[in-house]
Design a protein around this ligand. Structure first.
Ligand SMILES: Cc1cc2nc3c(=O)[nH]c(=O)nc-3n(C[C@H](O)[C@H](O)[C@H](O)COP(=O)(O)OP(=O)(O)OC[C@H]3O[C@@H](n4cnc5c(N)ncnc54)[C@H](O)[C@@H]3O)c2cc1C
Length: 427
């Protein structure tokens, strides 16, 4: 048995096919792991001070752990791997398809300043101090993540897009990327949700003559100057968009599926634990994780209070259809909430519909592993996928917060160390 703990982390080995027939899922040319591949170590091509391998389309490299994603969850995981003796580029790699450091933060709108970000927890082992609250969070956090990657020498490979993860030979997982294939004994999936914005469908949507965009494309409030804007969604993003846009727009309308629940008072540790436990229970059952706001409610802060008092946060129930010029509530659909004056139905004209309808876990690349339960989610115990103990989901469900991602990274690494100790490597 070869164990990372018993024998120390193994070397990254470069494996490549001799004649372009790498497909362990089809060509039968690979034999068992470690045989018949014409394996050879190819080094050279020093880039950025790293020993990099030369590659062609058939490159395949072998590591103990692949981390997909270099947001809070991926960097926390990489940090804990490093702390416990795994060497970057030799024992593990971090792959990320974004252009720069910062995870999803690098894409957040410029008006989301660092001062407006609440409850951002620093990554393990390095505080984020003296940040200017007036600067864009995308810049502050992007720079902080870049410093972090350098300080802990995490050597994130980017941009590398992971397209699929499949079963490989010898109990390995094959991680197919835009930069060749990696074979790994364990996988930490830390791909967040930003890449999968959720757009609900409503009748007539395709007929709308105005502009439709999602939070993921929100450019900041100035872009809506003089326009009539409908914001859909009862989460933190929806309320923030409305409060920002209202001073610029000609009119705003807020629609949500359910009446929003505002939470009075501070969100203490106990309430936090209770909220996390609710999401945890869902993923344990294999249900899709719910958003944090759906279990915590919206904090009733001064800005929200003002928005409620001004009528900016005057929530309407969901419309029934979208028309070329706006949205429409059918006859009677507003009655239970709005009273008889709306009995005849209602239209609101709009230039823009802004969908602040959240995100879903970006896990499509895991589809070949068939981890999804009939309930639509991936069943997870702690961070481990119940259907495949080699796969850990960090930043998923209950750990989809900065503090949750920190803790989950540590837990995943602890579990993976145990797995690698236990499982012998074929060959
Ligand atoms: C507007 C907004 C504000 C928020 N504010 C807070 C807050 O104040 N406090 C808080 O705790 N949480 C907040 N959150 C939630 C918070 O962003 C997350 O919990 C945390 O930052 C997510 O980290 P992550 O590493 O899981 O995901 P991300 O930061 O999304 O990182 C995922 C990384 O994976 C990469 N990736 C994805 N798919 C692939 C692929 N196929 N191949 C290669 N790379 C891939 C992406 O490029 C990205 O870099 C906020 C979320 C939003 C949307």
């Amino acid at each position: 048995m070869r164990s990372i703990l018993a024998h120390g982390p193994g070397r990254t080995r470069e494996r490549r096919a001799e004649h372009g027939h790498m497909g362990p899922w089809g060509h039968g040319d690979m034999g068992t792991w470690g045989h018949g591949w014409g394996a050879r170590v190819i080094t050279g091509g020093k880039i950025d001070g790293l020993r990099r391998v030369r590659r062609n389309v058939n490159d395949m490299r072998e590591v103990e752990v692949v981390v997909i994603g270099a947001g809070q969850a991926g960097l926390s995981s990489a940090h804990h791997l490093r702390r416990t003796g795994f060497e970057p580029e030799r024992d593990f790699v971090v792959l990320d398809h974004s252009p720069g450091p910062g995870g999803a933060w690098q894409f957040r709108w410029p008006s989301l300043t660092y001062g407006k970000v609440h409850g951002m927890h620093a990554l393990p082992g390095m505080e984020l101090t003296d940040a200017d609250p007036a600067r864009a969070s995308s810049e502050v956090i992007g720079e902080y993540f870049a410093r972090y990657e350098r300080a802990f020498d995490l050597r994130v490979r980017r941009p590398v897009d992971v397209r699929a993860v499949r079963e490989g030979p010898g109990g390995r997982l094959l991680v197919e990327t835009s930069d060749g294939t990696w074979a790994t004994r364990a996988l930490i999936n830390a791909t967040g949700t930003w890449d999968r914005p959720f757009w609900p469908r409503y009748p007539g949507q395709e007929t709308f003559r105005g502009r439709q965009l999602h939070t993921a494309q929100y450019p900041g409030p100035e872009a809506f100057a003089g326009q009539r804007v409908i914001v859909v969604g009862g989460g933190a993003s929806g309320t923030q968009h409305l409060l920002e846009i209202a001073p610029y727009a000609a009119a705003t309308t807020w629609v949500t599926r359910r009446p929003p629940v505002f939470r009075e008072g501070p969100f203490d540790e106990e309430a936090g634990r209770a909220a996390v436990a609710l999401v945890e229970e869902r993923v344990r059952q294999g249900l899709p994780p719910r958003s944090v706001v759906s279990v915590t409610g919206l904090p009733l802060n001064d800005a929200i209070r003002q928005g409620l008092a001004d009528g900016v946060l005057d929530r309407q129930p969901m419309f029934d259809r979208i028309t070329p010029d706006g949205v429409e509530w059918a006859w009677g659909s507003l009655l239970p909430e709005r009273g008889r004056e709306l009995e005849g139905g209602r239209q609101v004209a709009a230039d823009v519909i802004l969908w602040a309808t959240g995100f879903r876990p970006a896990v499509d690349h895991l589809a070949p592993l068939r981890l999804r339960e009939p309930g639509g989610g991936i069943r997870v115990e702690g961070t481990r996928a119940v259907a495949d103990p080699r796969v850990h989901l960090v930043g998923y469900g209950p750990s989809a917060s900065t503090i949750g991602a920190n803790r989950a990274g540590r837990a995943a690494v602890r579990d993976i160390r145990r797995l690698l100790e236990r499982e012998p490597v074929a060959a």
